[in-house]
Structures are given as C-alpha cells and as structure tokens.
Design a protein around this ligand. Structure first.
Ligand code: PMP
Length: 408
C-alpha cells in the first residue's frame, strides 16, 4: 500500500507557475478582515450589479425544476436556449447565427476559456488592450498562450489605437480580445472608433477577434452599442461574439454565458467543454431563456440608475484636488487618475508613491476599498465600481475626498 500523499509532495502543474493570486483578491481579503474587526468598510470593488435577478427569471427556474428539467442537456446549451440566443443576436445585434454557430457555457468566462483552449498552442499570442480585466492574461496563460499587451492611452479615451494594434501583430498572433464597454475603464467604441481596428484585422486575416460584449446593456447617454461582426460582415467568419446574462440581468451567480462564431470554432469549443464541465446547469439555462425572451424594460430602468451613479461618481471625483476622472461610456466602473496625489504625504508620515499605496491608504485609514490601476496594466489610477447603492457611494466619496484633503 502506498502512503497517503503528504502536503509536502503536492506539485502544481507547470502552467500554474505563471499565474499569481490577483491583487484584487488580496485587497478583498484585507477589506474582509477589517470588516470582521468591526470597521465600516465600503467595498467599491464589485464586478456584479447590486440589483436582484428579476422575478420572472426566478419563476422560470422554479418551473423548470418542477417540470423535471434537471438532467443533462446538449453539452453546449439546449436547443431552446440556443434559439433564445439566436433571437437575441438577431434582435439586438442584427447578427444571424445558426444553432451550430452558438455555444453556451458557465458564464462568458467559460466561453472565452473554451475558445483559448480550443485554439492556442504554446507560443501563440493573444493581443489584450490594456488596461483590461485581469483574468484575460491568466486565461491565455492557462491555455499555454502568451498575452501581448497593447496600452490604450487615456487621451485616446482608453481605446485601442489602430496603429498600435498593427505594430503588435506577429505571425504568432491568434486573437485580439476587445471588450466594449470595458472593465476596468468603462470605455466603449462607436462605429467610427471600431472601424479602423477592423481595417487592421482585415489586412491580417490570421488574427481572429473575440468581442467581449458582456457590458452591452450598460452603455449610457444613448450611445448606440456596436459589435464587430455586425459592423463588418467580412469579419464575422473570424469573430467570436461573446455575451452573457450576468451583467445585463443581474445573474452573475447563475453562470450562463454564450458566444456566436464560425461553426468549426464552436465545434472545437464544444470538445473542450465536453471534457470539463459538460452543459451549464439546466435550471440556469431555463432562467437565461426567460431573461433573453422575457420583458426587457428592466434593462432600461437599471441603465438609467447606473448612469445617475456614474455621473455622481465622476462629478464628485473631479472636484477632488489631485484626482481626475474621464466620464466613461459604459459598464459600472470609473478609472480615475491619482497622478496628482503621487508624492504627497499621509498624516502618519508615509509617502503615496504609487496607486497601490493610495489604495492601501484609502482602505487602511479611511475604510474604502478600490482597486489600483496597476492591477489592470495602467497606473497611477484606481478603479471604482459603482455597482452599489447611491447612499453607499455618497458616503464612500465623502471619505475619499477627506482622505485626499488630509494628504500634504
Ligand atoms: N468579461 C468581463 C470584461 C468581465 O468583467 C466579466 C465578469 N467580471 C466577464 C467577462 C465574465 O462574466 P460571466 O459572469 O458571464 O462569466
């Protein structure tokens, strides 16, 4: 008989070596500790709407359970869910996808993961427009790919510049991943802003595009949402259009995301999913069908609430000496610069020498948790999520203003 494995003999896979614990999780852990100690910490780090899942969606899930929809479904989504997704793509994006051009997984995250696992070999590159959602780089690495960051400058509205993209493309580039509206900057692309990027991709047909449209419905000031495959039909055969119910319908916990793309890619992604999780939860699929096909007025109400909060946050931050904040087009994040605070001194005598130091100071001395821009690849900034009540936001902004006033 062999001895039971001791913890000392645990050996993680090589591919995990390159993946660290995210700074966001570390800040979250400190915030939780302070809360346990009784401190009134306000956490503005959430990547999920504070609203509840709509009732008609919950009822659909209950009905599905009672009707016995509790078994395996087709592994990348039931025909009913794929029909609802196809209808959504037609209705909202003017995109036609057949059932075998549609995949559903446990969140947009799994859909992107499947795409990387299905297409990347060691040495293959994925261009990421920084600052970006921190998971992207690690998702590329876990699929043995190499992330290639291209910086999006604030004076270009945090949007990817077409010339910078052109320069970053190599023979090993497999994908460009574009996220509009963006986590963490809230930047979104208009037709005119997306067009030059698609022109570059047209000249490099070996580079495919993932359009991460998860924040599609959180776009403000009546800005029309555009997605690449609809804007440029010749791009559709080289694009995976990714979306999901998490952000639009406040359904982060249900874990349903989906994608539309060329059937060869979709079939390869199904192979990956077939040997990992199989179908997304049958009950969650029923809920997602209700969300996609049911009344859509909730999207409009919530968008209006988010827009009010965005304006409150941007206007208040811009009144703080040392902070400046671009008004984002979408999502529920602001990405403010704290460059004007660098070099200042706290009352306790320490120097704010980075956005990380500023965020630690805010959390440890003023009970507000935000995420340093350095986590996302562009500093000195901080990301503030306004997916929380207006009351919480007002109190947090008051504390941030006070924290900045106390620096000298
Ligand atoms: N893309 C972006 C840019 C995100 O911010 C998130 C969630 N934080 C996701 C995808 C994943 O969403 P889902 O819950 O559908 O997996």
């Amino acid at each position: 008989m062999t001895a039971p494995a001791s913890p000392a003999s645990f050996r993680p896979a090589k591919r995990l070596g390159a993946i660290g614990v995210s700074e966001i999780l570390k800040i979250g852990a400190v915030a939780q500790r302070l809360k346990r100690e009784g401190r009134p910490v306000i956490v503005l780090g959430a990547g999920e709407p504070d609203f509840d899942t709509p009732d008609h969606v919950k009822y659909a899930a209950e009905r599905a359970i009672r009707a016995g929809q509790t078994k395996y479904t087709i592994l990348d989504g039931s025909m009913e869910l794929k029909a609802a997704i196809a209808e959504k793509f037609r209705r909202e994006n003017r995109l036609d996808y057949a059932a075998d051009e549609i995949t559903a997984g446990a969140g947009a995250k799994q859909v992107i993961h499947n795409a990387f696992m299905a297409t990347l070999s060691p040495g293959d590159e994925v261009i990421l427009a920084a600052p970006y959602w921190t998971s992207y780089a690690d998702m590329v690495k876990i699929a043995d790919g190499t992330p290639a960051d291209v910086l999006c400058h604030e004076d270009n509205g945090f949007r990817l510049d077409a010339d910078d993209l052109e320069r970053a493309i190599t023979p090993r580039t497999r994908w460009l991943l574009l996220n509009s509206p963006s986590n963490p900057t809230g930047a979104a692309y208009s037709e005119a802003q997306l067009r030059p990027i698609l022109d570059v991709l047209k000249r490099h047909p070996h580079v495919w595009l993932i359009a991460d449209d998860i924040y599609e419905h959180l776009i403000y000031d009546d800005m029309p949402f555009v997605t690449a495959a609809a804007l440029e039909p010749s791009q559709k055969s080289r694009t995976l259009t990714v979306n999901g119910v998490s952000k639009a319908y406040a359904m982060t916990g249900w874990r349903v995301g989906y994608g539309g793309g060329p059937r060869e890619l979709i079939a390869a992604m199904a192979v990956v999913q077939s040997q990992s999780t199989t179908n997304p939860s049958s009950v969650s699929q029923a809920a997602a069908i209700a969300a996609l096909t049911g009344p859509q007025d909730v999207l409009i109400e919530r968008r209006a609430a988010f827009q009010r909060r965005r304006d409150l946050v941007v206007d208040t931050l811009n009144r703080i000496d040392g902070v400046s904040c671009r008004r984002p087009e979408g999502a529920f994040y602001t990405y403010a610069s704290c460059a004007g605070l660098i070099g200042r001194r706290t009352a306790a005598g320490s120097i704010i020498d980075s956005d990380g130091a500023f965020c630690r100071y805010l959390l440890e001395h003023h009970d507000v948790a935000v995420v340093p821009g350095s986590c996302f690849g562009l500093a000195p900034h901080f990301r503030l999520s306004y997916a929380t009540s207006e009351q919480n936001l007002r109190e947090a902004l008051k504390r941030i203003a006070k924290a900045c006033r106390e620096l000298s």
